[in-house]
Design a protein around this ligand. Structure first.
Ligand code: FAD
Length: 502
């Protein structure tokens, strides 16, 4: 780690401290060192490895559910026509990117950022760090804090209470803590859930499991997508990777937004299109409305994508089935539903989701006053009202997360250049109209988001306090838009300390 002041390990100082070495943290580091090679930076990573999500999740079949030409970085082409890539390939891509650009040398592993306090007098953050192996504490100070800590807890997934859990004698596994030695060959497996994890697990396990049942309380929309991008393959043959990548990226990000808009604008038509695709891939007489027709509109919650309809093929092949209904209790033989039906099981997988946690559970203080995040507004989708020199990434729900990493990374480095040119140390978003009405961070209806919405900052009703729901909107705001704004207050440390005293 670069230490330009004090003794390394005690009073480390870096210009920019990034929290998290996942796809966001590695991406942020790339833009920072590309545009500001003279600035020192470090990445704090609580775990012993980089990659975040793509290192943590180890369940069979783990893969992306958005295409890699948009989930990959803009600056490093995804060199394959595979659309939804497996977890190992994504992890290798991330680590290769970090190694190729020397970013891995800046990562400090087993270092969890616990709390950060801002001093206007010094124009610095002081960050408390815990060594996750030894528990030892240290501090790092920095000019800017960049939070790339993802959006969920790593220590445990969401585990709702199921009656009779103790009565079930077999393994009960949450996909976030997948045991490497779980033997499911020939076994009857029940997967509780209907989200991206469940629809990934089922086809992946179906080949060797005896039988696998997707047990869901309510259905999700499941959209078959081609596993290979034929257009990208043709473009690559014609133009090469470097030139075909931005075109495919543009096409795919546009397609994702068009699909989302179509679903929002014409939900009935969208529902019918998805239903027709499902019917085509399911066996004759399959009760499609019971199992694949959700009570909400398409894209009100995250849509599940299945490559070449693999889930439907597993169902048609007889290795997988779907049961829809609320659970009454686990039993010694499996699961009893509220309507009296039973599902026999040797293994139960609770694919019940994540525990969302904003900003890596980091506690923020500004000049001694605690920052209560739910009372803050989001500025341009990347900073918080009243919190100086703090940026973060929270990606799209209707498009690849990484698209936002690129735009925030670029805007952030432009902001630093703007401040350098004018001698500013501090940038603090302050709403001109503090009584501006606010609304929740997102109107996305997925359960994991709804459960945690009260921990998130809110958004305003006008720019720059409104969060753009689409990539195109952010291209306008973050890539083409100016970095200065009447509601982003710039100061020198001296001005800020005088203001804090008066
Ligand atoms: C199974 C699964 C599949 C997904 N598939 C897709 C997809 O196909 N497309 C898509 O767009 N999105 C997908 N997502 C969402 C996905 O998490 C993000 O797209 C992306 O990987 C998030 O990257 P990140 O770097 O922001 O966060 P993460 O990958 O969560 O990485 C955050 C890192 O920060 C570290 N960290 C957290 N808090 C602290 C702290 N206080 N101190 C130090 N370190 C800390 C963590 O240990 C972790 O390494 C998926 C999510 C899951 C769970």
């Amino acid at each position: 780690m670069d230490a330009t002041a004090g003794e390394a390990g005690e009073h480390d100082f870096v210009d920019v401290l990034i929290v998290g070495a996942g796809i966001s943290g590695i991406g942020a580091a790339y833009y920072l060192q590309r545009d500001h090679p003279g600035r020192s930076y470090a990445i704090l990573e609580a775990r012993g490895a980089s990659g975040g999500t793509w290192d943590l999740f180890r369940y069979p079949g783990i893969r992306s559910d958005s295409d890699l030409h948009t989930f990959g970085y803009e600056f490093r082409p995804w060199r394959s026509d595979v659309v939804l890539a497996d977890g190992d390939s994504i992890l290798a891509y991330l680590r290769d990117t970090a190694a190729e650009h020397g970013i891995d040398r800046h990562v400090r592993y087993h270092a969890r950022a616990l709390a950060a306090s801002w001093s206007s007098a010094d124009a610095r953050w002081t960050v408390d760090v815990a060594d996750t192996e030894t528990g030892a504490r240290s501090t790092v100070s920095c000019r800017w804090l960049f939070c790339a800590a993802g959006y969920y807890r790593y220590d445990e997934g969401f585990n709702p209470h199921f009656e009779g859990r103790d009565r079930f004698p077999g393994p009960i596994v949450h996909p976030q803590q997948w045991p490497a030695d779980l033997d499911y060959a020939g076994k009857r497996v029940v997967v509780i859930g209907s989200g991206a994890t469940a629809v990934t697990l089922i086809p992946a396990m179906a080949a060797s499991a005896g039988h696998i049942t997707m047990l869901q309380r309510t259905p999700s929309y499941v959209l078959p997508v081609p596993s290979r991008d034929k257009l990208n393959r043709r473009l690559t043959r014609l133009l090469g990777f470097e030139r075909s990548y931005p075109i495919t990226r543009w096409l795919n990000s546009t397609r994702a937004v068009l699909l989302w808009r179509f679903c929002q604008k014409w939900p009935r038509a969208a529902r019918k299109v998805i239903r027709d695709l499902n019917v085509k891939l399911l066996p004759d007489g399959f009760p499609v409305d019971e199992h694949f027709n959700p009570p909400y509109n398409p894209w009100d919650q995250r849509m599940c994508m299945v490559p070449d309809g693999d889930l439907f093929r597993a169902i048609s092949g007889g290795k997988a089935s779907v049961v829809t209904g609320p659970i009454e209790t686990f039993t010694s033989g499996g699961v009893l539903l509220a309507d009296g039906r039973t599902v026999d099981a040797d293994i139960i997988i609770t694919a019940t989701g994540l525990n969302v946690q904003p900003f890596g559970a980091l506690t923020l203080t500004v000049d001694g006053a605690p920052v209560h995040v739910p009372e803050r507004l989001v500025y341009k989708g990347m900073m918080l009202s009243g919190v100086p020199n703090f940026a973060f990434v929270f990606g799209y729900t209707n498009n690849s997360w990484t698209l936002k990493v690129g735009l925030v990374g670029e805007h952030f480095t432009r902001l630093l250049s703007h401040m350098d040119a004018r001698g500013y140390d501090t940038a603090r978003p302050v709403a001109a109209d503090p009584a501006m009405p606010s609304k929740p961070f997102t109107d996305f209806q997925s359960g994991y988001i709804r459960r945690a919405l009260d921990q998130f900052p809110r958004q305003g009703t006008r720019a720059p306090w409104r969060i753009s729901p689409t990539y195109r909107g952010d291209v306008k705001l973050l890539r083409r838009g100016r970095v200065d704004d009447p509601e982003l207050r710039f100061e020198t440390a001296k001005q800020a300390s005088e203001a804090a005293v008066s």
